[in-house]
Design a binder for this molecule. Structure first.
Ligand code: GLA
Length: 386
C-alpha cells in the first residue's frame, strides 16, 4: 500500500507540471491581434514571417509568430475537434507550422479557457486534453490562453487543467495565461505557465481609456510592485507592443518599448511588420535595448522615483550592471538633472552608456543633464568601474 501511494504520488507530480526551461528570458515574437484583430489568414502569417526575416526582426530575437483570436472554424468537427477556418487557413495549421519552422520561427496560437473565445469562436472548456493533442500535432510551440466566457470557472483550476493537458500531449509548449490579472496570477501562476497578463488590453495610445483597453502609460502604472514575482521562466506580461501603431508618436513608441524592456516584459510586436517606417524598425530591432529586456539575470525593473512629469525606473543586470530609464511622463519638455549619488541602488562608480544615442558619456562621478521631450525617455546602461 505504502509503495502504491508513493508511486501514485510520483506519477501525479510528474503529471502536474509545466514544461520547465522554455522561457529563460522573456519570449519575443509577433502577434496578429493589435493590428489585424479577426482579419487573419495563412498568407498574412507567411508574409509576416518573410518580412521579419528581411527586416532583421528575426535576427534581433523575435522568434514566436502567434495567431491570435479567430483562426478557428465557427464550429468544432463532428468528433469535437477544434479545426481552423477552411477559408482563412485552407492548407491547415500543420502546414503553417511547418512553414514557420522551416523559416526558423516558432509557432504560436491563441484560444480561450471559456466556452467561446472573446471573438465568439469555439473555446477550450471541456476539450482541454483533446485540443492540446491537436496543438501538439500541428507543431504548436506557444499557447496564449484567454479568459472570456469562463462563467463560474475558477481561474487557477482552469489554467492548471490546460497546463496538465499540454504536458500530457507531450510537446513542449510555452503557456501564456491571459486572464488580465483578474485573479492575481503573479501569486499562483509560476508553476502553471511561463507568462501571465497583469492587466486588461493595451490600446495604441499613450494615456487614453477605452471600454476594454487602455493606453500604455496606464498599463505601466499597474506594473509597479509586481517586480518581485517575475523571473526566468515566469514573467509578468503587461501585454503586447503597440510600437509603430498609429496612435503613438515616435517618442511614445520609443518610450513604450524602452519601458517594456525595463519591465523584462515579453516583447510581442503588434504592428504590421510588413510595412513599417525605418523609425519603427529601428526601435523594434535595437539590440542594446533588447539586451536589457533579455538580460540573463532575469530581474524585472522597478519604479525608483514617481513624479507626475518625471519617473526613474531601475533594472539590475548581470555582472553588477544597471539599466536606468528617465521617463518624461509630462506634456512639456523636461530639463533632467541627475545627481548619481541620489540613486541609492548604485554602489561606487560606473561608466555610463547612453543606449539610444549609442554614446559613452563618462562616469557617474560627474552629474548629468539632458532635455527629454514629452513622453520620451533617456536610457542609460551603467557598468561598474573596475
Ligand atoms: C482578449 C485578449 C486580447 C486578445 C483578444 C482576442 O481581449 O486580452 O489580447 O487576445 O482577447 O479576442
Amino acid at each position: 500500500m505504502k509503495y502504491f501511494l508513493i508511486a501514485l504520488f510520483i506519477s501525479m507530480s510528474a503529471f502536474a507540471q509545466k514544461f520547465d526551461g522554455l522561457a529563460p528570458t522573456p519570449p519575443m515574437g509577433w502577434n496578429s491581434w493589435n493590428t489585424f484583430a479577426v482579419n487573419i489568414d495563412e498568407n498574412l502569417v507567411k508574409g509576416v514571417a518573410d518580412a521579419m526575416i528581411a527586416n532583421g526582426m528575426q535576427k534581433a530575437g523575435y522568434t514566436y509568430i502567434v495567431i491570435d483570436d479567430a483562426w478557428e472554424a465557427k464550429e468544432r468537427d463532428s468528433l469535437g475537434n477544434i479545426i481552423p477556418d477552411p477559408l482563412k487557413f485552407p492548407s491547415g495549421l500543420k502546414a503553417l507550422g511547418d512553414y514557420l519552422h522551416a523559416k526558423g520561427f516558432k509557432f504560436g496560437i491563441h484560444n480561450c479557457a471559456g466556452t467561446k473565445t472573446c471573438a465568439d469562436y469555439p473555446g477550450g472548456r471541456g476539450h482541454e486534453f483533446q485540443d492540446a493533442r491537436s496543438y501538439a500535432s500541428w507543431g504548436v510551440d506557444y499557447l496564449k490562453y484567454d479568459w472570456c466566457n469562463h462563467g463560474t470557472a475558477n481561474a487557477q483550476e482552469t489554467y492548471k487543467t490546460m497546463r496538465d493537458a499540454l504536458h500530457t500531449a507531450g510537446r513542449p509548449i510555452v503557456f501564456s495565461l491571459c486572464e488580465w490579472g483578474n485573479n492575481q496570477p503573479w501569486l499562483w501562476a509560476e508553476k502553471v505557465g511561463h507568462l501571465w497578463r497583469t492587466t486588461g488590453d493595451i490600446r495604441d495610445c499613450y494615456d487614453c481609456q477605452g471600454v476594454y483597453d487602455i493606453g500604455w502609460k496606464f498599463i505601466l502604472d499597474k506594473q509597479d510592485g509586481l517586480e518581485k514575482y517575475a523571473g526566468p521562466d515566469h514573467w509578468n506580461d503587461p501585454d503586447m507592443l503597440e510600437v509603430g501603431n498609429k496612435g503613438l508618436s515616435v517618442a511614445e513608441s520609443r518610450a513604450h518599448f524602452t519601458l517594456w524592456c525595463m519591465l523584462a516584459a515579453p516583447l510581442m510586436a503588434g504592428n504590421d511588420v510588413r510595412h513599417m517606417t525605418d523609425e519603427t524598425r529601428e526601435i523594434l530591432t535595437n539590440r542594446d535595448v533588447i539586451a536589457i529586456d533579455q538580460d540573463p539575470l532575469g530581474k524585472q525593473g522597478y519604479r525608483f522615483m514617481d513624479h507626475p512629469s518625471k519617473q526613474i525606473w531601475a533594472k539590475e543586470l548581470s555582472n553588477g550592471e544597471w539599466a536606468v530609464c528617465f521617463f518624461n511622463a509630462g506634456s512639456e519638455p523636461l530639463d533632467l538633472r541627475v545627481t548619481w549619488s541620489n540613486l541609492s541602488f548604485l554602489q561606487g562608480a560606473y561608466r555610463i552608456r547612453d543606449v539610444w544615442a549609442k554614446k559613452d558619456l563618462g562616469k557617474t562621478d560627474e552629474n548629468f543633464a539632458r532635455k527629454i521631450p514629452s513622453h520620451d525617455v533617456v536610457l542609460v546602461r551603467l557598468a561598474p568601474v573596475k
